[in-house]
Each structure stands twice: as C-alpha cells, then as structure tokens.
Design a protein around this ligand. Structure first.
Ligand code: ATP
Length: 256
C-alpha cells in the first residue's frame, strides 16, 4: 500500500530547474528506499519537500493520500546539518523527541531515551552538553532523538556521513533491524553504494541536475530481506555493487 507519493512534481529555484521532468514515485508503507545520485542533483531538495520544509513548483507530494503540509510528528528527519539544542544535555536532547508522547510516562520516556543513547554509543556522555562532544557525536544525538520519537516515516539525508567506519556499520545494521521490527517507511539519501545496497529494499538512481530517475534497483529480490554483515562479503552483493557503480557513473555523465 502506498504511503508516500510524488505526483508530477517539479522544482526550480528561480531560473534553476532542479526537477524539470515531472517526477513520479510511489513508496510503499514499510519500504526502505534509498536515493543515490550525483552531488547537487537534487536529492536534498526532494527530501526537504517530503518533510514539508520546501514546496514543489508544480505537482504534489502525498502522505497517506493527503498533500504534505508543514513538518509534523509523522515524519522524523535527520539531515546533514541537523543540530542539537545546545542548552539541553545529551539525554535531554534525545528525550526532547518524546516531549509530546502523552502515551508514555516520564519514567518510560527516560528509559526510552537511554536505550537509544546506548544504541548510538553515547550513554556515557548523557550529562554532557552538545558543545562538549564532537560533530559526529552531535549527529548521533540527532539520530537517537529521531529514532526515539518513533515517527512512522523517517527521512534521513546522509545521516551517517560524519561517523567512523565501525560506528557507521553498527548503525546501518541497527537501522535496518529497527525498520523491520517497527515497520517504518524510510527514505534515505547516500553517496555510498555499499550503504545503499545494504540498507535498501529499493534503490532509486538519479541523473545529474535537472534530475530524473535513471534506474530503480529491486534490492529485496536480489539480496533478500535479511541483511547481516556477512552479506557484504557475498558474491551476490559484489555483483550488485559492481552493477550499481556502473549505473551511478553513467548517471553522473562521466563526472565521477
Ligand atoms: N534554496 C536554494 N536556492 C537556490 N538553489 C538551491 C537551493 N537549494 C538547492 N539549490 C540548488 O539545487 C540543486 C540541488 O541541490 P540539492 O542540495 O538538492 O542536491 P543534492 O543532490 O542533495 O546534493 P549533495 O549530494 O551534494 O548533497 C543544486 O544545484 C543547488 O545549488
């Protein structure tokens, strides 16, 4: 069943067309879709429009059949430049995402905030302020806050870009597990082909700007639903990675 739908969407900034050919894409409920494409093609612009931070020039984006409006709690966003609240401690920053959850008691909120802090490896920094931790850690605070808040749609724009390889791998595995367990719909932007294939049910490859879809890869039918770290060492993964890199190069028009 369709959860999120782009219907004939175009977008220009003044005279600069970002999406010129009307863009159509239907994302199913509980689907993990990854946007892959050359730098500057318009992936962030598409994400901002889903989030309600920016409007299409023409066409419509629908969430559960209704045109998307201003940001609301159904859509959790982790963007590259997502910032934390400097006057709150690390734990309070994560708990902030739970502020409006009237179904949880204060104790339950604290337990939940701590669980997600532990997940992103920041438990021992609970009482620090954001200015006392690194940029990568601040990014992890934003990830923990968004996951803890429990929105059904997660919009993630290169959320793991600032993390070291090991932490990145851990969070990728965990995000895929959370998506399956809690049946989330996720739209995720990355430049990293391996990350895209490891996480996605479907990868959408974009051309350079003005952008359009050049390929869709049904990763689920190639790699299955379950993703473990071992899968990355398998032949199927390597073959799909090679194919995808070819598509991304072609999409970038030789600019990679
Ligand atoms: N507010 C804005 N005003 C004018 N132009 C903009 C604005 N936001 C984005 N653009 C332009 O739109 C194009 C697409 O930008 P966008 O950030 O969506 O690309 P992207 O695919 O996310 O890039 P990257 O992968 O490098 O983050 C770029 O040419 C950018 O300069």
């Amino acid at each position: 069943m369709t959860h999120l739908q782009f219907d004939h969407v175009t977008k220009s900034f003044g005279a600069v067309p970002v999406v010129e050919t009307p863009f159509n894409l239907a994302i199913d409920r509980h689907e993990f879709v990854v946007f892959l494409g050359p730098s500057g093609c318009g992936k962030t612009t598409l994400m901002r429009m889903i989030g309600g931070l920016d409007q299409p020039t023409s066409g419509e984006i629908r969430l559960e059949g209704e045109p998307v409006g201003a940001p609301d709690r159904r859509r959790g966003m982790v963007f590259q430049s997502y910032s934390s609240f400097p006057w709150l401690t690390v734990t309070q920053n994560v708990a902030f995402g739970l502020k409006y959850r009237n179904d949880l008691s204060e104790d339950e909120k604290a337990v939940r905030a701590e669980r997600y802090l532990d997940l992103v490896g920041l438990y021992e920094f609970s009482d620090h302020f954001p200015s006392q931790v690194s940029g990568g850690m601040r990014q992890r605070i934003a990830i923990a806050r968004t996951l803890a808040a429990g929105a059904d749609v997660l919009l993630m724009d290169e959320p793991f870009g600032a993390l070291d390889a090991l932490r990145r791998e851990q969070l990728q595995t965990e995000l895929r597990r959370i998506q399956r367990r809690d049946a989330k719909t996720i739209v995720f932007v990355t430049h990293d082909v391996e990350e895209a294939l490891f996480l996605a049910d479907r990868v959408v490859v974009f051309s350079k700007r003005p952008t359009r879809i050049v390929a869709e890869i049904d990763v689920r039918s190639r790699l299955g639903e379950e993703r473990s770290l071992e899968i990355r060492d398998g032949e199927d993964f390597f073959a799909l990675r090679r194919e995808t890199i070819g598509m991304v190069r072609a999409a970038a028009g030789g600019e990679l």
